[in-house]
Design a protein around this ligand. Structure first.
Ligand code: 8DG
Length: 276
């Protein structure tokens, strides 16, 4: 059986253009054009891995967006490449050539005829119908990845259903920290945030070492209540959808009105709720 090689790659975009790199001499696939990226380390979160690779290969920090298409599988003499592809943007302007001997920016149409590595071809084909200027990047904190632990599975090796509610809390903590209101700050302001309800709909099971990508959004916000929605995906498939509803009280348990009692927090939440 061919050796499986897990790879992450980026459609790095700037306006209507994407970035192609030509593989330098001395590497497998030398002289072919590719999307910047590289091998995933065991257990590594794909988006984190891609940021690491882009930093190593292009010399600049990046932000990572949505998946471009489901995982591409392509077999070479040297193994079976499983490539996860995400949109990305670069924070810096100057590119440092480390693993490439040439770079080219172009629209998907302009770059279609380059001599692409096999696994990149379906990506370029898919991009022919995409207007890259319309690609949006998720707002900070909306994407969180949980790796399923051994102790979270049951006797049959399936993740116990109770864990999904805990992961919602992890994703929520991550989300609130990213919008500038981590739990320490909320507590320092004397605010208590009870959970009013939790809802969870299970679609597929997960198991040990699966990476569950959770997208958190504000589903509803009024003066006293915040509802967050969570969409959990694993191996490109929806595994669970949920919501959690929260109110806010002071130390005496008195219900707070966000707009009157916590205007700064309310404003940040309102802005975050505009993100679709
Ligand atoms: N980055 C990238 N890799 C691709 C593409 N298409 C494709 O088949 N591959 C394959 C080639 C390689 O077998 C593998 C990427 O491995 P790599 O050698 O670049 O990984 P790396 O940066 O971790 O390199 P190294 O440390 O092992 O030298 O994926 C593509 O478009 N981009």
């Amino acid at each position: 059986m061919a050796k499986q090689i897990n790879v992450v790659a980026a459609v790095v975009i700037d306006g209507a253009k994407l970035l192609a790199g030509r593989r330098e001499g001395g590497h497998l696939g030398e002289g072919f054009w590719e999307l910047p990226g590289g091998k995933l380390k065991p257990g590594e979160d794909p988006r984190q891995a891609l940021m690491r690779e882009l930093k190593e290969e292009l010399g600049t920090a990046s932000y990572i967006g949505e998946r471009v298409l489901p995982t591409v599988v392509h077999t070479y003499d040297w193994g079976e490449v499983h490539m996860q592809v995400f949109y990305a943007g670069l924070k810096g302007n100057a590119l440092t050539a480390v693993a490439h001997d040439a770079f080219r920016w172009g629209t998907p149409q302009e770059l279609a005829d380059l001599n692409w590595l096999g696994a990149a071809k379906p990506v370029i084909a898919k991009l022919q119908g995409v207007d890259l200027t319309k690609v949006v990047f998720p707002a900070a904190g909306t994407v969180y990845t949980h790796t399923v632990q051994y102790y979270e599975t049951d006797r049959m090796g399936i993740t116990h259903h109770s864990n999904y509610v805990r992961w919602m809390e992890e994703a929520r903590t991550h989300f609130l920290a990213a919008i500038g209101w981590d739990y320490a700050k909320i507590e320092a302001a004397g605010i208590i945030s009870p959970v009013v309800s939790v809802n969870c709909r299970y679609k597929r099971s997960t198991t040990f070492s699966d990476q569950v990508v959770i997208t958190t959004k504000i589903a509803a916000l009024d003066r006293v209540r915040l509802t967050l929605s969570y969409r959990m995906e694993c191996h490109d498939q929806l595994v669970c959808e949920g919501t959690s509803e929260h109110c806010f009280t002071n130390q005496d348990g008195k219900l707070l009105r966000l707009n009157r009692d916590l205007p700064d927090f309310y404003q940040v939440l309102q802005e975050a709720s505009q993100v679709k």
